[in-house]
Design a protein around this ligand. Structure first.
Ligand code: BG6
Length: 479
């Protein structure tokens, strides 16, 4: 059988923030998995960069700790660690940059991954350029948050663009690296079944839910500066909305796809205050409340938000998109549920029919796709209808080799390949902030407190009312 892993060209990856939380949890394990999958070989180098003054061996020990596990082979870990080097430097000063310059090689792909706070993006980019480490072909990867409003995002874009061109800049939204999110494009554009129905004539509404069961304990102070809107909606849910609503691009190239996503963001109508519900989780005997976790009893930051969003376009006029995300909800469950309209005429009089068809694209857990249909309730006793699902759980349908990999694995390899399709373009991020800013400003001006909701619930009551008012209801979280 032909291997499904297509090796990438030789590269030097310089990981800034190499000892940080994201690097330990996602980036090092992701690189290791790609290495053992055979996607890159011994001609590649992984250079950790951070402030701590560590010998190479001590740094390798940290990397070892982040990739070791019961299923990992020590011999493979040892081979991987041979590719790992370390340089200590001062991101905003001069220490260490000459050494870094001496470490990078000519003739291989060069990528800088900035897993650091955004205030370091500009200073690091400048120093990479000043020390001749950045070349016209090198790539720079930045993590979210990409600004906390339009003005700060524009500033970051200006700082990066002063040293790199747009085709060199990779802004990560890890949701785009999730297999099911990409599958949404395959579902829509590689099948002829759905696209004719993918419009307001056939779709009643769409629900996009990203529910988390974890609290913000441990990162409450940081989270309180952003809230669910900045942390999740402006980026992750926005990307899901774009991929669901966008027009078919003429081809699957980075700019064709991103042009279509941008058009969706630009077509978003301002969201009315009455179409938004915000919440903060309560505590109980075992767990603290949002206000305790963020450390500010007066905080007005939301740990939950739900809203109705309208896309002003021929395709979507009259079909609202309901977005919902929050912490401490009843389950970790993310999905896009496309609710089709009910049949125009019911030929079975006096029979309770289930709701119209719903196509559910499950992002996590149990990645897969389910189509809820209506069938005859089997057996005698006349014509009764019931709901039945056509279910494809990827774990069941795919072989072990084909199981979805972590989003970071895919995204880092795309950087090396030079494929920006699953990364946000600068104008896209700015458009998303231009849409989000007035909503957030409206909350600040009103001074209203988010409504409380119970731990493990589906969010505050206002979120239910938001739907009920429109004669609709949320799908149960985790259903
Ligand atoms: C991050 C947010 O971007 O995404 C976190 O900052 C959130 O608050 C996380 O928990 C969710 O990612 P995932 O992949 O676990 O759904």
């Amino acid at each position: 059988m032909v291997s499904r892993v297509i090796p990438v060209a030789s590269f030097d990856l310089l990981l800034f923030g190499a000892t940080g939380d994201l690097a330990q949890r996602k980036i090092w394990p992701g690189l290791f998995h790609r290495y053992i999958a055979g996607q890159f070989d011994e001609n590649c180098r992984l250079i950790g960069v951070s402030r701590s003054d560590l010998p190479r061996e001590a740094f390798q020990d940290k990397v070892r700790a982040s990739i070791s596990g019961p299923d990992e082979d020590d011999a493979e870990i040892a081979k991987f660690l041979e590719l790992v080097d370390y340089v200590s430097l001062d991101a905003t000063g001069e220490r260490g940059w000459d050494k870094l310059q001496g470490v990078v090689r000519e003739g291989v792909v060069r990528a800088f991954y900035l897993s650091v706070a955004p205030r370091f993006f500009g200073p690091i980019a400048r120093r990479l350029e000043e020390h001749g480490i950045a070349t016209p072909d090198s790539r720079i990867v930045v993590e979210k948050p990409f600004g906390n409003d339009l003005a700060s995002a524009q500033e970051l874009n200006a700082e990066l663009r002063a040293c790199f061109q747009e085709h060199q800049i990779y802004r990560i939204d890890h949701y785009l690296g999730k297999e099911t999110v990409q599958n949404l494009m395959a579902l829509r554009f590689a099948n002829s079944l759905f696209e004719p129905l993918w419009n307001s004539s056939h779709i009643d509404h769409v629900q996009i839910t990203v529910a988390e069961s974890l609290s913000v304990e441990g990162r409450g102070e940081y989270y309180d500066q952003s809230g669910a809107m900045r942390d999740m909606v402006q980026n992750h849910l926005m990307q899901l909305l774009c991929l669901t609503a966008m027009e078919p691009p003429s081809k699957f190239t980075s700019n064709a796809v991103r042009n279509e996503k941008l058009k969706v963001i630009e077509a978003l109508e301002p969201v009315l205050d009455q179409d938004i519900a915000r919440g903060q989780y309560r505590g109980n005997a075992n767990q603290g409340s949002y206000l305790e976790h963020c450390g500010d009893p007066e905080s007005r930051t939301e740990s939950f938000v739900a809203m109705k969003v309208n896309v002003a376009s021929w395709r979507w006029a009259g079909t609202p998109f309901y977005l919902r995300t929050g912490k401490c909800l009843r389950e970790r469950a993310s999905e896009i549920a496309v609710h089709f309209r009910s049949p125009p005429h019911m030929i079975f009089p006096g029979i309770d029919a289930p709701d119209g068809n719903v196509l559910v694209i499950r992002l996590q857990p149990d990645e897969g796709i389910t189509l809820h249909t209506t069938i005859k309730d089997p057996g005698p006793g006349g014509m009764r209808l019931k709901e039945a699902s056509l279910d494809m759980t990827f774990a069941d349908s795919l072989s072990d080799e084909e199981q979805p990999q972590d989003a970071y694995e895919r995204l880092i390899m795309d950087v090396i390949r030079g494929d920006q399709t699953l990364f946000m373009r600068g104008d896209e991020v700015e458009a998303a902030w231009a849409w989000a800013d007035p909503i957030i400003a409206g909350w600040a001006a009103s001074g209203r407190k988010p409504g409380p909701y119970d731990l493990g619930s589906s969010g505050p009551e206002d979120a239910l009312l938001l739907m009920h008012r429109d004669g609709r209801r949320w799908r149960p979280i985790g259903s």
